[in-house]
Ligand binder design. Structure first.
Ligand SMILES: [Fe+2]
Length: 435
């Protein structure tokens, strides 16, 4: 049977996709080049945003030594909040505004990189916090001009934030998690040294690794850009434009890397190859979702993370109780992909195949089941909770979860089929228990 054309032109939809390319340098040990890279960008005095857990570790020492040797002056900011807030972003922006810096370096996980992005934005182009925040909570005002150079150096194999133009945070007063997505906020260079992730606890590898997988599978199964409304002016084409031929390549590559290496990386801390390849998967998935966007599992994660403040997940014992982002996403993913599969079954089948499921002789209509069965198998192998029920959620929580998950229009719009509030409730119900 001939495969359907996913990008068939439509009368109403967009006729173009754009590639916001990210500059990436990847390699074991490449962090020693940080100082040289900063110098090449003309930086003389940088704000060095550092995860406090990273501060006394080898990557921090390597980064500082490299900057010193290159003659780049720096000041460290390590008041990074894991799961940042409007307040923590603005505190970082104040530090940035007062420090007379000509650039930014971030060394840490997604929270650290996102905090540096926000500090760069608000210190370079000061505004009220909500000015740049995504709709519907903020005004989604575009930054009025370029930001300062930012070199992002991830130390976890998860968010892919080093290649995206998004910073995620909670708005405390509104009790919502949302984001700032600004084209100009993409780091100038992603400097990715997979040796920095070698010491991650297994639980963190699992949580961040499943974040990677959801990024890649959601990007691959997102609605095609040709069915998203055509922008009135070129600059209104959104950062997250829907699945497109560019993001497809990196999505499938990231899914196959995750399928091959995630379970290995979690189970064996000495499996250096698996941990390095998972870092490559994270960056690769960042390239895909940074152009395509994510949809239902991420939208629904906001409800789970926003309502559960009692979980102490493996590997996160030193943090305040919370549901790590990747876990909040993957716990909804099987339910969400079951819902989405009928809209583009062949894409779900291809994703299942890339993930390592046996898809020989399978028809596209089996794609959703093959994909979700494989994901559930990987969740079980890595010791993840059995659905949101294992975190304490019950039927009684469905209305509040639904309210929060449904209130993410920028993500819901990218699902491959229309989503009603009832659909979201049904998916949360489906996600309470998987085995
Ligand atoms: Fe994510």
């Amino acid at each position: 049977m001939e495969k359907p054309v996913y990008y068939a032109p439509t009368d109403y939809g967009d006729y173009a996709f754009s590639v916001a390319a990210a500059a990436v340098k990847f390699g074991a040990g490449v962090l020693v080049e940080l100082g040289g890279d900063a110098k090449s960008l003309g930086l003389k005095r940088v704000a060095l945003f550092m995860d406090p857990k990273v501060r006394n570790t080898k990557p921090a020492m390597v980064a500082e030594k490299s900057l010193k040797e290159a003659g780049v002056d720096y000041e460290i900011y390590d008041e990074i909040k894991i799961e940042p807030t409007d307040g923590s972003f603005m505190a970082a922006a104040k530090f940035a505004a007062e420090g007379n810096f000509d650039g930014f370096i971030s060394l840490g996980g997604g929270s650290t990189m996102d905090t540096a992005k926000a500090a760069n934005l608000y210190s370079t182009h000061p505004a009220d916090f909500l000015a740049y925040v995504n709709l519907p909570y903020g005004e989604f005002r575009p930054a009025p001009g370029p930001l300062k150079p930012h070199i992002a150096c991830p130390t976890t194999s998860g968010t892919g934030s080093e290649t995206t133009s998004t910073a995620v945070m909670d708005i405390v007063e509104l009790k919502v998690k949302t984001a700032i997505s600004q084209k100009l906020m993409k780091p100038t260079l992603a400097l990715v040294d997979p040796t920095t992730a070698e010491t991650m606890p297994a639980g963190v590898v699992a949580a961040t690794g499943f974040d990677v997988l959801t990024h890649a599978i959601e990007s691959y199964t997102a609605r095609p850009y040709t069915t998203r409304a055509r922008p009135a002016t070129p600059d209104q084409r959104p950062v997250f434009q829907g699945a497109n031929p560019y993001s497809d390549t990196s999505s499938l590559h990231a899914i196959s890397l995750g399928g091959k290496y995630l379970v290995r990386a979690v189970k064996d801390p000495d499996d250096v190859e698996a941990r390095h390849m998972l870092m490559l998967a994270a960056t690769t998935a960042g390239l895909s979702f940074g152009n395509a966007g994510v949809h239902l599992p991420h939208a629904m994660s906001y409800g789970v993370a926003g309502l559960c403040h009692t979980l102490v997940a493996d590997g996160y014992e030193d943090d305040n109780p919370m549901v790590p982002h990747g876990i909040a996403c993957i716990l909804n993913a099987p339910a969400a992909f079951r819902f989405c599969a009928p809209a583009c079954p062949e894409r779900h089948l291809e994703a299942a195949s890339a993930l390592g499921a046996d898809t020989r002789n399978a028809d596209p209509e089996h794609g959703g089941k093959l994909l979700t069965d494989k994901l559930i198998e990987m969740m079980r192998e890595t010791g993840l909770p059995n659905g949101t029920g294992a975190l304490g959620f019950t039927e009684a929580d469905i209305p509040e979860l639904t309210k929060r998950g449904f209130n993410q229009p920028r993500l819901l719009i990218l699902a491959p089929r229309e989503v009603t509030e009832q659909d979201v409730a049904d998916m949360y119900r489906d996600g309470l228990k998987y085995w």
